[in-house]
Design a protein around this ligand. Structure first.
Ligand code: BGC
Length: 466
């Protein structure tokens, strides 16, 4: 495999960029409801913001210009997600042909520009009709997802060589969804996530993992010739006080929950014992059968997508679910981006751990990026000065390539994100793009980090294995 070309990409997600929330027969998604009905951004940002227009990426005239920028940057891949309810407005059943045609055209347009599409099936926007039926908590969700994934395989599979089933199960299920639930039910602090929510979401995560395994099996059985994998949010955990045994234990449990739960399920076909024990203490009904584990074990992904932003500091706190207080403090002397301290050394360690503990699977960094707030978004003539982001990207690519030199089977790097976009519950207030977007006029302006990334790509990588 030494000759496999290294992928240089950028990543995005449908709800964050597409807009066109009611165009061409699209059904509504949970996020359309969260933002338009529950005004879910408001308690977090003080403003009602939605993805109704986002950065207008559904529009072909717009996205062709965006593809031109991708070419200018030198990308050879682009990761994006599909909006399930554009394809199946009710989640299952009736197909929206206009939605199918849209994504087929987008794939063709990328390929014609020499850019390989990396397609995520699920990046958090569930058809509203399925959300109303209990969403991922409902055991039928496994069958819903298989049905949707078959449509994707049949309609896009012939041209798409890389699929990602799910994006970041843990963040969606254990952070975002409980926060939205707290907003819906009027609980003052969206962050007041409870033991009961953790116990329930564990069942939902089990369904994601089963659905993932079944879909991988289905794709292989149908003779799909490309690769299929998963993108996980991986965060090395660090005890806030390394001299305190409670913090050390909570950081270890945090690691089991946020990292090993999915990694072990995907690559070893089992769940960590401490996860089973601690979740069953919250929800005695959480059970996993031998038959389920056999399905997981039989369908190892072709690759692992690593989404890395920062390590997580953990403090023991008996009032939080599982006694884990995530990232409430940041004792790290390194400068902090929105998502945590800037520690590229932890990316290298993480990649080497995956090599050692999970039998060196092929790895793509499917997300890595940063935002530092207005101090790093300074308009400067016809560009935007963002030296901190440029530096962040340079240092993380360097760390990743060092890991590759040490034998990690790293095959690509995708920055989050090409464009500023809708940052979920944080709305438009948090910018992660290497291209600035004026959300009123939709004008795109490459930032200095765009230039930095262009130079990195132009430099390229040494062939793997020296
Ligand atoms: C998600 C993205 C998000 C990014 C920046 C990841 O957790 O996959 O959708 O925008 O982080 O916070």
């Amino acid at each position: 495999m030494g000759s496999t070309k290294f992928l240089w990409g950028a990543a995005s997600a449908a709800y964050q960029v597409e807009g066109a929330w009611q165009a061409d027969g699209k059904g509504l998604s949970n996020w359309d409801i969260y933002t338009n009905v529950y005004r879910a951004t408001e308690p977090v940002t003080g403003k009602q913001e939605t993805g109704n227009i986002a950065i207008n990426a559904y529009d072909r005239e717009q996205y062709l210009q965006d593809i031109a920028l991708m070419r200018q940057l030198g990308l050879n891949c682009y990761r994006f997600s599909l909006c399930w309810s554009r394809l199946l407005p009710d989640g299952v059943g009736r197909v929206n042909e206009a939605g199918v045609a849209h994504y087929q055209q987008f794939v063709v347009d990328l390929l014609e520009a020499g850019i390989e599409p990396v397609v995520t099936l699920y990046h958090w926007d569930l058809p509203r009709a399925l959300d109303d039926r209990g969403g991922w908590y409902n055991p039928e969700s496994v069958a819903w997802f298989r049905h949707y994934a078959s449509l994707v395989r049949e309609t896009l599979g012939p041209k798409v060589t890389k699929f990602i089933t799910f994006n970041e199960p843990f963040i969606d299920l254990f952070l975002i969804e409980p926060m939205v639930e707290n907003i819906k039910t009027g609980i003052g602090d969206p962050f007041a996530i409870t033991d009961a929510q953790y116990g329930r979401q564990a069942v939902a995560l089990h369904h994601w993992l089963l659905a993932n395994a079944q879909v991988i099996g289905d794709y292989r059985a149908a003779g799909y010739r490309g690769e299929i994998g998963v993108a996980l949010p991986l965060m090395p955990t660090i005890p806030e006080n390394p001299g305190k045994s409670d913090d050390i234990l909570s950081a270890a449990l945090g690691d089991a929950v946020i990292n090993r739960w999915c990694l072990d399920a995907l690559f070893k076909g089992r769940y960590p014992v401490e996860v089973m024990n601690s979740i069953q203490a919250l929800n005695p009904e959480f059970t996993v059968t031998e038959a389920d584990l056999a399905v997981l074990a039989a369908n190892r992904p072709d690759f692992l997508g690593v989404n890395f932003y920062a390590p997580a500091y953990v403090r023991h706190d008996p009032l939080k679910p599982l006694g884990i207080n995530w990232m409430e403090t940041n004792p790290d002397p390194a400068p902090a981006a929105f998502n945590g301290p800037v520690r590229p050394d932890y990316l290298r360690r993480l990649l080497e751990r995956i090599r050692d503990d999970y039998d060196n699977p092929p790895v793509y960094i499917t997300e890595n990026g940063a935002g530092f707030g207005p101090v790093d978004e300074v308009i400067d003539g016809d560009t935007v000065n963002d030296p901190r982001r440029a530096n962040y990207i340079r240092r993380h690519v360097e760390a990743a390539l060092k890991a590759r030199e040490s034998g990690v089977d790293l095959r690509g790097y995708m920055v989050w994100s090409l464009f500023d976009n809708f940052e979920w519950l944080q709305g438009y207030g948090r910018r992660f793009g290497i291209v600035h977007v004026d959300f009123d006029s939709q004008k795109r302006t490459p930032k200095r980090s765009f230039e930095a990334y262009r130079e990195i790509i132009a430099r390229g990588v040494e062939p793997a294995g020296g």
